[in-house]
Design a protein around this ligand. Structure first.
Ligand code: NAP
Length: 427
């Protein structure tokens, strides 16, 4: 057996390691597991505030309303067709989005059901330079070392926070502080919130929340805006948005949780009641009554592991080509990758490479694309090692993707690509 064949079919070198356990990582794991690539997903562990927690940014999200299909309703949907009009209307009315942790746990179980191996640790080092296109090395915080033929970087991004002490206390899951209006905004319908920031994100979040019928106080530390003029104008014209310039939130105030009187669990818990604003010029302070604070002061992509190896933009977002392949940095690995247009076998997906859409559903979609690309990459390596003509086997991207269309793919004769290669070799 050639080295590469024993690596792909054996266990010493992994076929694929996925870094990150948000929607991107779990979707990539689901797809690569169903392709029999036996993925290892290195999930992170616990750091709620920076969303480096296993499960990613959605772990700090209450109800998710915009992930298609991620809903609950009291009605047995298998009997949907038998419900009368009133029953269907009641079921539609009853629809509730899953909480972030609920959806992420479901994604984890689904990925593991199909054979994903999980490791709850942080990756501390990735060595792409030693053998580009060959075997990559991944090291974790406990000192473990893994070798892999391909890598899916799904390490996400962390929302920046204001850095005030009280922020932690109210962060996530209905506490009152959020970094995602599209995730949590709907819980504040009819209430009053602040949005912090002066960039496009803050303008977008303020407009989004105001359009949900929420009174918004936009808090910005200067009176000049980073946001585009058109977005600032839109905010200025919105009667539900009140702008406070030269203001910073320096403290947050709480009140007893609404369930504190009736539930032992919530007895000592607080929810947000307001914020102390400081005038950044005069240092005068005032209190503002609020139900929520949305911090929209930018994101930091979790791409530090790839400094001097992979190409990233000024803000640190990793760049990729149309096939989700990572691009080497200009002087990658002391120019070892000079002239290479992409790094073979290294795929980049989700928020670590996306500062525009940043939605769970777009992240999941990219995870799927990266996984299918990784499957083809590994299958091509195996075919090469076994002396198989890829054209004869139809290893086109379309063919690989097609084999994922049906959940009954074995019955349909559409096998995972690496099985098709091994079968072709034994004919
Ligand atoms: P950004 O442009 O970097 O703006 C961050 C804002 O937060 C700035 O106004 C900054 O204030 C403020 N800020 C930073 N740290 C702060 C702190 N500790 N306390 C209080 N305020 C703080 O970030 P972004 O708005 O997330 O946008 C990132 C990129 O995505 C931009 O290129 C943007 O154009 C793009 N984007 C585009 C759209 C769209 O076109 N629809 C939507 C969202 C984002 P200073 O100004 O004083 O530094």
């Amino acid at each position: 057996m050639s080295d590469i064949k024993s690596e792909i079919l054996g266990d010493a070198v992994r076929n694929v390691i996925i870094i990150g356990s948000g929607p991107t990582g779990y979707t990539a794991a689901l797809y690569t597991a169903r392709a029999n690539l036996k993925p290892l997903l290195i999930a992170g562990s616990a750091d709620k505030k920076t969303a480096r927690i296993k499960g990613g940014q959605l772990m700090a999200t209450s109800d998710i309303e915009n992930f298609p299909g991620a809903i609950e309703t009291g009605v047995d949907l298998d009997n949907w067709a038998y419900l009368d009009e009133a029953g269907q209307a009641a079921a539609i009315q009853d629809v509730k989005g899953l909480s972030g942790p609920h959806l992420m746990t479901k994604m984890e179980l689904q990925a593991r059901h199909f054979g994903t191996e999980m490791l709850e640790e942080f990756v501390t080092e990735v060595d792409i330079c030693a053998d580009p296109g060959g075997v990559y090395t991944v090291r974790t915080e406990s000192g473990r070392e893994f070798k892999t033929l391909s890598l899916i970087v799904a390490s996400g991004a962390a929302a920046k926070t204001m850095g005030i002490e009280a922020e932690d206390k109210f962060f996530g899951q209905g506490g009152g502080v959020s970094t995602c209006a599209t995730c949590d905004g709907h819980s504040y319908r009819g209430k009053t919130v602040a949005v912090v920031g002066g960039g496009d994100s803050a303008m977008e979040e303020a407009s989004y929340l105001a359009n949900l019928g929420i009174k918004v106080h936009l808090i910005h530390r200067r009176d000049e805006w980073r946001a585009s003029k058109i977005m600032v104008e839109r905010v200025k014209k919105n009667p539900s948005i009140e702008i406070h310039t030269f203001r910073a939130i320096v403290d947050l105030k709480g009140k007893p949780h609404p369930l504190a009187a009736t539930s032992a669990f919530f007895k000592d818990k607080e929810v947000l009641a307001g914020a102390i604003l400081e005038n950044t010029q005069t240092k005068e302070r005032e209190e503002l009554a609020l139900d929520g604070v949305f911090v929209a002061i930018g994101h930091t992509p979790n791409s530090g592991l790839f400094k001097d190896q992979l190409k990233m933009d000024e803000a640190g977002y990793l760049e990729r080509d149309g096939h989700m392949r990572a691009i080497p940095s200009v002087n990658a690995c002391n120019r070892k990758m000079h002239g290479m247009e992409h790094v073979p076998g290294v795929f980049v997906a989700g928020d670590v490479s996306d500062h525009t859409y940043r939605q769970a559903i777009t992240a999941a979609g990219m995870g799927c694309m990266a996984a299918i690309e990784a499957e083809r990459y590994i299958a091509e390596k195996l075919a090469d090692a076994m002396g198989i003509d890829g054209n004869a086997l139809d290893m086109s991207m379309e063919s690989v993707a097609q084999s994922h269309w049906s959940s009954e793919r074995d019955q349909m004769g559409e096998k995972p690509m690496i099985e098709r290669v091994v079968e072709a070799a034994s004919v």
